[in-house]
Design a protein. Sequence first.
Length: 89
Amino acid sequence: MEASDSFKLTIKEMIVEVLNLEGVAPEDIEDDGPLFIEGLGLDSIDALEIALAVEKRFGVKIRHEEGGQKVLYSVNTLAAHIVQCTAAS
């Protein structure tokens, strides 16, 4: 099952809120654009904050051994992981 556009927007809003990204609107974040380094320029601390927010909001853990970098690559990969995990439970 693919994540809906509204669900991806929810994730973008969460990222902007959790990381206090001033000057960045959720709509400015590309679905398939990288979140780290050349994308939004996020770092490992930001990754931890996003992972904790995802666990709190959606009840889905992002573990390093599950390929945390792949899961957190973009909004699309993060949304797909959350959808997959919630569908499996």
